[in-house]
Design a protein around this ligand. Structure first.
Ligand SMILES: Cc1cc2nc3c(=O)[nH]c(=O)nc-3n(C[C@H](O)[C@H](O)[C@H](O)COP(=O)(O)OP(=O)(O)OC[C@H]3O[C@@H](n4cnc5c(N)ncnc54)[C@H](O)[C@@H]3O)c2cc1C
Length: 476
């Protein structure tokens, strides 16, 4: 490909100012929320609307230039890192909520709409968009679709997949297609759902029709303080076993509590608290009252330090802000943190927590735990200093060992952060070669030239990892 030709073509589509080539700017697109690796794109292109986006993809196809879609770059598995000198197709200018269909309860959005902005726009009308990743102040709906994102309030209502009615997709050859439907019917082969969670490697989502739901009539948020994190994890299992599905059930351990209490949204937990459990129930007022009293009754069987019920919306919001900023608050404890994302059966929470503690001790790494406890979705946060090469190596090993533990307990190597470039090897621990081959067949059918988000997600045996190392600058 001639460098000048494909760049000239992109400039003609988006305008000169919307094609970034300055090396300093390019470097700022070289990473995402996964801090262990980085790679420089050959350019960054910022389409203004769907027509420009479709033209950009068609042009890149004609010129056989690889690319990676980027929303807000909050991926925690390196999904938005541009390997192979891929062009970054940054969708931040496509941030319009195009229309709201109240009759069908669907919002039609551009892919760059920030998750939280949608709920904020709907709130005055008594509606919201349910999936709420903790990064919702920044992450985009396009990124949420690509990662099939979850969030604290996905326990009761399901993850992104359950909230997407229709998608407009631009395939890697530039063809545009609508997948799914605004009508409620079961498709025999549900291609739309294949796009959800495909991490940008099958095509780019250029329009999203998202289900919107009514704000609950009533809500009760309980904060439970424990002196022992094991007791807290047993309480989680007891609540689920009793048949209550709260809207959210979230747990933080002592190191996570230390971080959030140094952060901006301090709750003022009493000294020495070893675990904070947040339990939220919502729905019609009588149902909330009944579930709340059942939960209080169940918690009464555990040696809790304190049980508090939020007295106002402001108090509830403070508790959630405290929890949702836990990842960022890790920066107050160490120069860097590496978030793991594994899943275990809920009943295994106590033993998983014990094992994570042992792994941290073995590798001499401090590990904080913040997790979507109701889903058994663990987020151990491994604290490290990127200037200490030996420590970086130990962090990688400890992270891998945590994932092996999740699999040994009958869980998964990822709950919601995806595979990206981080977990390609780990995918082979979980999936058989036949299942990986089947996914390759799908990738090749959609993207025979291998242009969309190259060298991500699907491993190609040992050569894949060898090739990968030549593209990526490992931080250490
Ligand atoms: C502090 C913090 C908290 C987080 N909490 C959660 C959480 O609670 N739950 C959770 O699930 N995740 C969480 N995440 C991870 C991350 O925010 C999500 O994966 C999010 O969906 C990524 O959105 P994004 O817009 O930043 O996407 P990006 O990081 O820009 O991209 C992610 C992937 O999606 C692809 N992509 C982006 N847009 C498109 C598109 N339009 N079409 C096709 N592919 C596309 C990219 O190529 C890449 O592979 C958290 C991250 C951080 C930093």
């Amino acid at each position: 490909m001639s460098d000048s030709n494909w760049k000239k073509g992109l400039r003609e589509i988006v305008g000169a100012g919307q094609l970034l080539e300055d090396p300093i700017l390019l470097d700022s697109y070289g990473t995402d929320g996964y801090t262990l690796e980085k790679a420089r794109p050959s350019a960054v292109v910022l389409p203004a609307d769907r027509e420009q986006l479709h033209a950009v993809v068609s042009h890149l196809y004609r010129e056989r230039v690889p690319y990676v879609a980027r929303g807000a770059g909050t991926s925690l598995s390196g999904g938005a890192i541009p390997l192979d000198g891929a062009v970054v197709v940054h969708l931040s200018r496509m941030h319009q909520i195009r229309s709201i269909d109240w009759y069908n309860r669907v919002a039609y959005c551009e892919p760059g709409v920030v998750n939280r902005k949608l709920s904020e726009a709907l709130a005055p009308f008594g509606y919201y968009y349910a999936p709420d990743p903790s990064s919702q102040q920044a992450c985009t709906l396009g990124g949420n679709v690509a990662e099939n994102s979850g969030g604290p309030h996905c326990l009761k209502f399901g993850v992104t997949l359950n909230h997407i009615k229709q998608l407009e997709v631009v395939w890697p050859n530039g063809d545009v297609e609508l997948l799914g439907s605004l009508a409620d019917f079961a498709e025999s082969v549900d291609v739309k759902s294949l796009m959800v969670g495909s991490e940008g490697m099958l095509g780019i989502v250029s329009g999203i029709w998202a289900r919107i739901v009514e704000l609950p009539q009533s809500r009760a948020t309980t904060m439970v303080l424990f002196d022992d994190v094991q007791e807290a994890s047993q309480a989680v299992s007891a609540i689920i076993a009793a048949g209550v599905i709260p809207a959210a059930l979230e747990l933080m351990d002592p190191l996570a509590i230390e971080a959030v209490e140094r952060g901006v949204y301090r709750v003022g937990y009493p000294p020495g608290v070893a675990a904070v459990l947040l339990v939220e129930v919502d729905g019609p007022a009588p149902e909330v009252k009944e579930e709340q009293s059942l939960i209080t009754h169940l918690l009464g069987k555990f040696p809790t330090r304190d049980i508090r019920i939020a007295r106002s919306a402001a108090e509830r919001e403070l508790w959630w802000a405290n929890r949702k900023t836990a990842f960022g608050a890790m920066g107050l404890l160490a120069p860097r943190y590496y978030v793991q994302d594994g899943v275990i059966p809920r009943s295994q929470l106590p033993s998983a927590l014990r094992k994570i503690g042992e792994i941290g001790e073995h590798y001499d790494i401090r590990i904080a735990n913040v997790f979507h406890a109701g889903d058994g979705n663990l987020h151990p946060l491994l604290l490290y200093d990127d200037k200490d090469a030996h420590m970086v190596q130990r962090v990688r090993q400890a992270g891998s060992e945590i994932l092996r533990m999740c699999l040994a307990l009958g869980g998964s190597i990822t709950g919601e952060h995806g595979v990206g470039l981080e977990k390609m090897e780990e995918l082979t621990w979980q999936m058989s070669p036949a299942v990986i081959q089947a996914q390759w067949a799908l990738k090749n059918a959609c993207d025979p030239e291998g242009l969309a988000n190259p060298k991500k997600v699907l491993p190609v045996g040992s050569t894949c990892l060898a090739e990968l190392s030549s593209d990526v600058t490992r931080v250490k």
